[in-house]
Design a protein around this ligand. Structure first.
Ligand SMILES: NC(=O)c1ccc[n+]([C@@H]2O[C@H](COP(=O)([O-])OP(=O)(O)OC[C@H]3O[C@@H](n4cnc5c(N)ncnc54)[C@H](O)[C@@H]3O)[C@@H](O)[C@H]2O)c1
Length: 347
């Protein structure tokens, strides 16, 4: 049996990826601080949960590992700005360390899940050869990580970078801070869908089931096609204009709930746009996404309707990290003798 080490395993993408890897017959070492809870991963005989910080991962974890999928990150722009130093450490330095340790321990393949956000806003359609334009700490850290891990590739160590479009869809660690997911929740909850003017901006999207399929595909894809390569992950038909996307979300929520949804425009026109080519992954790996926005919206609405899915603080990444830091400071201040009300005490 082959073993896959996944970092950030308890996150939005990880908690969809892990059950798929287990179903495919891989053993999984799931490394995460589990900031969003361990309950997102179901127990399985081939799943080893490892509560660890990737900055401090002991080398022993890499023994007998065949593949590494390095999902760990402070995973969006606002969190990257607020927790700037941690973002550089986790998204860049820890991933470079993990890639180097993977090579040292003869891991066969290392996959870096990066982001299309490193293209920033650009006039023309961008592909993997285009000049990047990372605008935020999050995007810059991804770019630095890519630049440091790709040169590690050799005949015995396969390195592949995937630049994911903005992900959408249901995950046990739900994120409503992602565009389609957030719009869907707003439309479902309030019947109003706020959209930033003027709606002509393009943004590429990909469903969480599709991007995790690509990660699995890369574990067995022809080495000559993937080693040292970068692939944009998404679909040309999933480069959505925000206005059109809003209409799809509104219409789908109406169809699913029978309630009216109104689009409310706000702000000055924001024409910052980026449109990405996904030709390479289709031509080289023969892969195309199966999901589109409408299917993803339906999926989320159905889970909201049945009560399987709720919007909690944990589903907004930035707010959850802020809460954790706030409570950490409160507890540090109040704790005495190993507790708050219950303390270590023997008469
Ligand atoms: N979701 C998207 O739209 C999207 C798009 C492009 C790229 N990505 C990339 O995919 C990866 C996964 O994203 P996600 O949406 O699942 O994010 P997420 O925030 O849901 O998951 C990240 C996980 O990493 C863990 N973590 C954070 N710091 C850690 C540390 N120091 N040590 C151990 N664990 C730590 C968290 O507990 C969390 O479970 C990230 O690298 C992200 O940048 C995501």
């Amino acid at each position: 049996m082959e073993t896959v080490l996944v970092t950030g395993a308890g996150g939005y993408i990880g908690s969809v990826l892990i059950p798929k890897l287990l179903n495919k017959g891989y053993k999984v070492k799931a490394v995460d601080r589990y900031f969003f809870g361990k309950d997102k991963l179901k127990k399985h005989e081939n799943l080893q949960i490892i509560k660890e910080d990737t900055r401090k991962m002991p080398e022993g974890i890499f023994k007998d590992v065949d593949y590494v999928i390095d999902l760990v990150a402070i995973s969006n722009d606002p969190s990257g700005e607020l927790f700037n130093e941690a973002t550089w450490q986790i998204n860049y330095e820890s991933r470079v360390r993990t890639a180097n340790l993977s090579k040292k321990y003869e891991v066969k393949r290392y996959i870096l899940p990066s982001s299309c956000s490193i293209y920033g806003f650009q006039e023309n359609i961008v592909d993997e050869t285009s000049k990047t334009n990372p605008l935020t700490t999050y995007a810059k850290a991804n770019e630095k990580a890519e630049q440091s891990v790709l040169p590690l590739a050799n005949d015995n160590f396969v390195v592949t970078v995937i630049r994911q479009a903005t992900v959408f869809g249901y995950s046990p660690r739900m994120r409503f801070d992602l565009a389609i997911n957030g719009m869907t929740y707003g439309a479902w909850k309030t019947g109003k869908l706020p959209l930033m003017r003027d709606g002509t901006q393009y943004r590429p999207m990909v469903h969480v089931q599709d991007t995790t399929d690509v990660m699995i595909l890369l574990l067995s894809a022809d080495i000559n096609k993937v080693n040292g390569e970068i692939f944009n992950v998404g679909g040309n038909n999933l480069n959505y204009q925000i206005g059109k996307l809003g209409e799809i979300v509104a219409k789908t929520v109406e169809e699913e709930t029978g309630k009216k949804v109104e689009i409310e425009w706000y702000g000055d026109p924001d024409r910052r746009s980026y449109k990405v080519s996904f030709d390479k992954i289709r031509k080289i790996l023969g892969w195309e996404p199966k999901w589109d926005a409408k299917m993803g919206v339906k999926e989320i609405v159905n889970k909201l309707e049945t009560g399987e899915l709720e919007k909690t603080t944990e589903t907004i990444t930035l707010n959850w990290y802020k809460e954790l830091e706030r409570w950490y400071n409160i507890i540090k201040e109040l704790e005495m003798y190993g507790g708050i009300l219950n303390i270590k005490w023997e008469i």
